[in-house]
Each structure stands twice: as structure tokens, then as C-alpha cells.
Design a protein around this ligand. Structure first.
Ligand code: SF4
Length: 467
């Protein structure tokens, strides 16, 4: 989904920008970039991070930068930040999210005389598109509002001008943006981040979450609210289940606490006997701890992550790389696994292929007696339309099951969405057999919503309901 970090400071900021952006590395594996503004003007650095971590790519760059304002981004879709010369003067811009009606907007802007640089592969850089839409306004703020109105999808943006950093959250607040303040050493400064977990280690304390569509200017004069938040809200529920850092907080709800509540709910709905509970590192761990607390079954680690150097296996766009990461990153502990009955909590099942071919296989090869898989959300039924996502509908484990049951892809899957229906049970049983595990039981959507702790009509649940 990508992550953003921005800072304004009385001190030289590149080091803070470097670490603050790096704290978003779990949100993307393709592109990284930082941009600073200081007495010498704008300075930009963009690299591919598909073959190396953000830190190693940017460690020399940030040391050569000077400036008191900066923005950074991690993103799978578009290289950024971009430096743009416009009628508002020069600005740097970074965005996360997806524009669903990009083709239509591209055509409209080209009909009006705009031109776009093409990325490798022929696509239009989303950041350039957002910059062009903003330039259609009478001011930067008016332009951001016009951009928010024009796009279908979800765009969070940071725009850095000599005046400061404009932070704009997407219209429905699907993805987070929060503000922190640094009062240490009497040097007042502000930061804005997708993940509030970036703040404490950099000396910032949390000030506020931006609301849906809210626009705030961060500058050395303070925070200036330029547009109030919209009333309608649809925050991505998957943030709490999988995407977010465990130490992050969205809408005042701590990710780790929500994951523990998911695990507790799964335990309350379960009666399976096992020797221990475990979570697939990293995002399954919080769910499993909750399960262990509620059930009283001890937590153990049959699988450990070899090194934090291996990123998530679902984000790299190439299946080969996803498989390589999945093979290498988890080490099995035979002395824990052999002859054991285990409850294995995971955040979700996307395709199921990695779970089957790497995780379950490792457990079986090391003598597991029973494997009970417990995903902390219902079967994923739809790809995400609001952020770059590697899931395609046809690859999803649930869709493969439905195709096998029905003999073809079908449009109306309503029955499969209802966990009380026979069709749902048939689908889950097909996935269980495919995974080659003893049992499989998903968390129900009502329990997931309750565990997150937000009102249902304020959450985006499109992954599961398609609307
Ligand atoms: S579709 Fe899923 S991943 Fe995308 S914003 Fe909605 S809940 Fe989040």
C-alpha cells in the first residue's frame, strides 16, 4: 500500500527523514525516495528497493543532503517523490494509494493539453497525475480538494513547498496519516507519517490522526488546518489484520491490541485440543498471542524468522521472488514441531500457495502430528481496489475453491460470503484439503469488526464483501 513520512524542523532533517521513511519499509518493496528542501533549494533521491533494503540504498544519499524540511515515500507503484515546477512555484510531492479512474483522467488532462512522461512499461506515474490535478486548482489547497474530488480511489499526499509540508489524507480516510511533534531540546518540529510507530524512536510524540480528506500544513509556525475532515469514513480494516506495524495506532486503536482481540475471538469460537498455539511471523504473532491468552494453551515457536532482512512475502510483485522469500525467511525448529498438535494463527490466506508449499510443508516435514490453521479474518474474496496489491481475484484461495466447486468462475458468490451457509463450509473444506492440514477455521467478519473496535460503517471491508 505504500507509506509516507514528512518532517519540518529547525535542525538539519535528512537523518530524521531517512529513519522516518525507513520505518515504512514493511509497506512496499519496489520504490523508495526522499526529498529535502533547504537553503540550496530542493534535493531529490529515488532508488529501486526491489533488490536491496531502503537503508542500504539511501544511507550515503541522506548524508550528502542538507535541509530543514523533507518528505519520503516507500511505494510499489510509482518512483517518487517528484519535484514539480508549477504556477504555485516549485514543490516536491509524494503520494500513496491508487487512482481507479486513471485512464479517464489521463485522457481528460491530455485533451486539455497536458502531457505525461511514460514510465517503463507504458504506465503513467500516479504522482505526476496527482501533481497535474493539483495544478488545476487556484491554490495548492484548492488543487488538493479538486484532486480529491476528481479521483476514484484513494490518495494520501504530502506536498513540500518552501512554506512547509502540506499533508492531505484520502477522502474516505482509507489509509492513515498522523502528525507528531518534537519538543526535545527546545527545537520545535513536526512530522507526518503513515505509521505513528515511526515517531517515538525519532523523539516525536503523537499529536493527532488526520481525518478523512483533512488537509494540514506543517511549518515552523505550527500546524495550520486548511480543510476540515469529511464526515464519511471508510478506514481499511486490513491495516489492523495484516498491513500495519504491530506498534502502530490507527483511529486510536493499537494494531497489536486489535490482533490480540482477533485471536481471543478465534479461541472463544474453537474447541480444538492442541499442545501449543503459534503465529506465523510476523503478522500472525499478535493474533496467536490473543488465542493463547484466551484459551490457556501455551504459546510456542515451531517457526522463527531467520532474519529481519527478509521482507513480507506477499508484496513483491514477482511470484518467483515471493516464493524465494517464503522459502528462506522461516526456519523450522524440529525439536518443537515433532509429534506436536499445533494451532497455527495467521493474519489471512491470500493464495494459500505459500502457506501450503512452504509453511505447512516445513511443519509436516518436521513431524507435526496435527496442524490447525486459524486465519484472523474471513476468506479474502476480492483484490484491493484502493492500493497497489498483488492479489488478483482468480488467484485467491477462496476463488479457486469456488471455481472447483462450481466447475467455473461465477459472478454471484453471495452464498459463499455467509459463514452459516453450506456453500461457505464446502469452500473452507476445499481449501483445508488443498492446504493439507488437519482443520481450518476462519474468523467471522462480525468478530473481526468487533475485535478491531470501530463501527462497521466506518470500515472498508471490500476485501471480504466487494463493496
Ligand atoms: S479493499 Fe481491503 S485492503 Fe483495500 S482498503 Fe479495503 S479493506 Fe483495505
Amino acid at each position: 500500500m505504500g507509506g509516507l513520512f514528512g518532517v519540518v524542523s529547525r535542525q538539519d532533517c535528512p537523518k530524521t527523514l531517512f529513519y522516518g521513511t525507513d520505518y515504512h519499509s514493511h509497506l512496499g518493496t519496489e520504490n523508495g525516495g526522499i526529498s529535502v528542501f533547504g537553503d540550496q533549494g530542493f534535493y531529490n533521491s529515488i532508488h529501486s528497493i526491489s533488490q536491496a533494503q531502503f537503508k542500504s540504498r539511501f544511507v550515503e544519499d541522506y548524508k550528502s543532503m542538507n535541509g530543514y524540511q523533507g518528505i519520503g515515500a516507500i511505494d510499489d507503484e510509482s518512483p517518487q517523490p517528484l519535484i514539480v515546477r508549477s504556477k504555485f512555484g516549485t514543490f516536491a510531492i509524494a503520494v500513496t494509494g491508487l487512482i481507479i479512474n486513471k485512464e479517464e483522467l489521463t485522457q481528460k488532462l491530455m485533451d486539455e493539453g497536458a502531457s505525461f512522461s511514460e514510465m517503463t512499461g507504458g504506465g503513467i506515474n500516479t504522482v505526476e497525475m496527482v501533481a497535474k490535478l493539483i495544478n488545476q486548482g487556484d491554490s495548492i489547497v484548492d488543487g488538493i480538494v479538486k484532486m480529491q474530488d476528481a479521483i476514484e480511489g484513494s490518495i494520501c499526499a504530502l506536498i513540500m513547498t518552501p512554506e512547509g509540508v502540506y499533508a492531505a489524507r484520502d477522502k474516505y480516510g482509507r489509509f492513515p496519516l498522523s502528525i507528531g511533534e518534537n519538543g526535545s531540546y527546545g527545537e520545535r518540529g513536526f512530522a507526518v507519517a503513515t505509521e505513528v510507530s515511526a515517531f517515538p524512536n525519532l523523539g516525536y510524540h503523537f499529536v493527532k490522526h488526520l481525518g478523512p480528506g483533512e488537509i494540514t500544513l506543517l511549518s515552523l509556525s505550527g500546524l495550520k488546518n486548511l480543510k476540515a475532515e469529511n464526515t464519511e469514513k471508510r478506514v481499511c480494516a486490513f491495516l489492523w489484520i495484516y498491513t500495519g506495524d504491530p506498534s502502530s495506532v490507527y483511529e486510536g486503536i493499537t494494531v497489536e491490541n486489535a490482533r490480540e482481540r482477533c485471536g481471543r475471538a478465534m479461541a472463544r469460537n474453537d474447541d480444538v485440543k492442541a499442545d501449543f498455539v503459534t503465529g506465523i511471523p510476523d503478522s500472525g504473532v499478535g493474533h496467536a498471542i490473543g488465542y493463547a491468552i484466551e484459551s490457556g494453551i501455551p504459546y510456542r515457536r515451531p517457526l522463527v524468522k531467520y532474519t529481519p532482512g527478509y521482507g513480507r512475502s506477499y508484496t513483491p510483485p514477482s511470484q518467483d521472488i515471493r516464493d524465494l522469500v517464503a522459502t528462506m525467511k522461516l526456519s523450522a525448529i524440529r525439536g518443537v514441531i515433532k509429534d506436536s498438535r499445533m494451532i497455527v494463527c495467521d493474519d489471512s490466506i491470500v493464495r494459500g500457495t505459500q502457506l501450503k508449499n512452504f509453511t505447512v510443508k516445513k511443519l509436516l516435514d518436521n513431524g507435526a502430528r496435527e496442524i490447525h490453521i486459524r486465519p484472523a479474518c474471513p476468506p479474502l474474496m476480492f483484490p484491493c481496489s484502493f492500493a497497489s496489491s498483488t492479489r488478483s481475484k482468480s488467484e485467491l484461495a477462496s476463488r479457486r475453491a469456488i471455481r472447483a466447486i462450481e466447475g467455473a468462475d461465477i459472478e454471484n458468490i453471495e452464498e459463499y460470503l455467509d459463514h452459516r451457509s453450506d456453500k461457505y463450509r464446502e469452500m473452507v473444506e476445499w481449501i483445508r484439503r488443498d492446504l493439507n492440514v488437519t482443520s481450518l477455521k476462519y474468523l467471522h467478519i462480525e468478530d473481526m469488526i468487533e475485535a478491531i473496535g470501530m463501527a462497521e460503517d466506518q470500515l472498508c471491508l471490500c476485501c471480504w464483501r466487494g463493496r
